[in-house]
Write a protein that binds this ligand. Structure first.
Ligand SMILES: NC(=O)C1=CN([C@@H]2O[C@H](COP(=O)(O)OP(=O)(O)OC[C@H]3O[C@@H](n4cnc5c(N)ncnc54)[C@H](O)[C@@H]3O)[C@@H](O)[C@H]2O)C=CC1
Ligand SMILES: CC(=O)C(=O)O
Ligand SMILES: [Mg+2]
Length: 551
């Protein structure tokens, strides 16, 4: 049982009851009620946090649709942080799909209808002159460890959602607190709506300068930026600040861990795989590069040999040399297939080499979907793949659930139960031909980014390097249930995400210390305890009234 912290708090009366960071509702103790002018403002009986969680859970269950549950939880967050996080922590597997994918996508698309109360920081183009002032106002008097920022250009698979982008920044921040123990009051969520083209470039840079100047030790997490901005910002700042692009690096890491687990089951090597990636955008490129780099660093392939293991498809079909320059976006160059290889390929009606033809000729062992094209892995594609390999590894990763390239049950049926599967959003287990259940791993970056980020934060690392990410990824892969039982899931479930991400954070911090990016001088054997000590937990502290205290 972690010790109860003591806080000196300057707010009292309605001001403390309406402040979600400090409010305890009916759990204020009798002594606190006297000290904070609350005796007449609350029902007499003092509740424990457990009692409050039980009551809130009952109230939640009376909301039938996932979206209504999402709204209820959002209101709870607006009222009482500790209760909100404590409740979700007690029902992680059930409630993560409510506050994150798939339900959060629906909440974001309905942002203006559901809007009740603002949260985080809105940096908007019409107010670009006051950007610095608005930023400083939000961080005044606060220690910030983590900035989660979205420009909302490509939210999950649902496209540009404008101001609703605050929803994904906040949801990602919540997951950091729930799964890794990042203190939510030391986190800032931002939505950037900064105009178009050149203005966008200029304002993005201005924004990053503000973070670097005023929060030099924070981790800056980019979420759901469009493909060009995602890469540009990462390339620009990777050596200058601890920046992290979740869709590129987080997705790359969790997919690499999934593949490490899957090749453990098939008793092959990563570098033996032929990998088809359908949807060569932010996530597709992030995955491809991460897995390619692992083939080089872990399996000893040369980079050019490793590049040849990949076949990328986008809107224009297979990415091959004869496509126009405008169709081969920056970053794909390493993976362009030579035309000669496809000279006698069957083009589809649009004159492109399509997925079925690629699968027929390449006989891939791995098929990854990050295209947002629901149903793109049809029966013909999956059966064709299953003809060419004994254990097809199929990862339909597009979110939310309705955009998946195929359902796990279909993939399972069409491969007679031979497929190794993981999906981007949660899915129920498949029924195998032998009647047993096959648990579908959720290959979502939320299974790893909290630990990666927290590892960088606790070690005060000035960067989140590729080697730190690899260390975290290997730790996650080592915890895969399929390593013990090949019929089990390829990744741990979200119920064990906090324990898993603790391990990831430890691995990342250890690596930061080893490679000299850390700002702490801990011995390696101290890291676990230090990480544990820094974890925030949703428990009530004891409050002492102090007019000079915190607000
Ligand atoms: N499971 C996970 O952890 C993650 C899943 N995703 C999901 O992956 C999907 C893509 O996300 P991003 O990469 O951020 O978006 P993006 O827009 O950068 O990439 C999507 C790509 O798919 C391509 N595409 C669209 N229609 C296509 C078609 N008919 N055939 C082939 N390619 C086509 C687009 O041209 C684009 O390059 C989303 O649904 C997102 O939710 C993204 C990040 C993490
Ligand atoms: C999971 C995630 O980051 C996405 O779907 O964009
Ligand atoms: Mg994302």
């Amino acid at each position: 049982m972690p010790a109860q912290p003591t806080f000196r708090v300057a707010l009292y009366g309605d001001a403390i009851l309406t402040n979600p960071k400090w409010n305890k509702g009916s759990a204020f103790t009798t002594a606190e009620r006297k000290a904070f002018d609350l005796t007449g403002r609350l029902p007499y009986r003092v509740n424990t946090l457990d009692e409050q969680c039980d009551r809130a859970y009952d109230q939640l269950q009376s909301r039938e649709s996932p979206l209504r549950k999402n709204s209820f939880l959002q209101s709870l967050k607006d009222q009482n942080y500790v209760l909100y996080y404590a409740l979700i922590s007690r029902h992680l597997e059930e409630l993560i799909p409510i506050i994150y994918t798939p339900t959060e996508a629906e909440a974001i698309s309905n942002y203006s209808h559901l809007f009740r109360r603002s949260e985080g920081l809105y940096l908007t183009f019409p107010h670009q002159d006051s950007m610095e002032e608005d930023f400083l106002e939000q961080i005044k008097g606060r220690d910030i460890d983590l900035v989660v920022c979205s420009d909302a250009e490509q939210i999950l698979g649902i496209g540009d959602q404008g101001v609703g982008g605050i929803g994904i920044a906040s949801a990602k921040a919540v997951i950091y607190a729930l799964i890794a123990g990042v203190n939510p009051s030391r986190t800032l969520s931002i939505t950037l709506d900064v105009g178009t083209d050149n203005e966008e470039l200029l304002n993005d840079r201005l924004f990053v300068q503000l973070v670097r100047q005023y929060l030099p030790h924070s981790l800056l997490h980019f979420e759901d930026f469009g493909v060009n901005n995602a890469k540009r910002l990462l390339d620009l700042y990777q050596d200058k600040h601890a920046v992290f692009n979740d869709d590129v690096q987080g997705t790359g890491a969790v997919t690499l861990a999934t593949l490490m687990s899957a090749v453990g089951v098939t008793k092959s090597k990563l570098s033996d795989q032929r990998i088809v990636v359908f949807g060569a955008g932010t996530a597709g490129l992030g995955i491809t590069r991460q897995v390619r780099d692992a083939m080089v660093t872990l399996d000893g392939l040369s980079p050019s040999e490793a590049n040849k293991r990949f076949y990328l498809l986008d809107r224009c079909g297979l990415v091959k040399a004869s496509l126009g320059r405008d169709q081969i976006r920056a970053g794909l160059e390493d993976f362009v297939r030579p035309d000669a290889e496809w000279a006698d390929a069957q083009a589809n009606a649009r004159g492109e080499v399509g997925l079925l033809e690629v699968v027929r000729r390449v006989r891939p062992t791995v098929l990854v979907g990050c295209s947002t094209v629901a149903g793109a892995f049809g029966e013909d594609v999956v059966r064709e793949m299953a003809r060419g390999t004994a254990r097809p590894i199929i990862l339909p990763l597009s979110n939310p659930s309705r955009l998946h390239e195929c359902t796990p049950q279909d993939a399972n049926d069409w491969t007679d139960g031979r497929a190794l599967l993981a999906t981007g959003s949660p899915f129920p287990p498949c029924k195998m031909p032998n009647g047993k259940d096959y648990i579908i791993a959720e290959c979502n970056n939320a299974l790893i980014y909290p630990g990666l980020g927290f590892g960088a934060i606790v070690s005060s690392s000035r960067a989140l390097t590729d080697t730190m990410i690899i260390a975290g990824t290997q730790r996650l892969a080592s915890l895969a249930p399929a390593l013990k039982d090949p019929d089990d899931a390829l990744l741990p479930d979200f119920g064990s995400a906090p324990a898993v991400n603790f391990e990831v954070a430890v691995a990342v911090a250890e690596q930061a210390i080893k490679e000299g990016t850390a700002g702490v001088d801990w011995k390696v054997e101290e890291v676990r305890e230090k990480v544990r000590d820094r974890q925030w937990r949703p428990i009530y502290g004891e409050y002492v009234y102090d007019p000079q205290g915190e607000r």
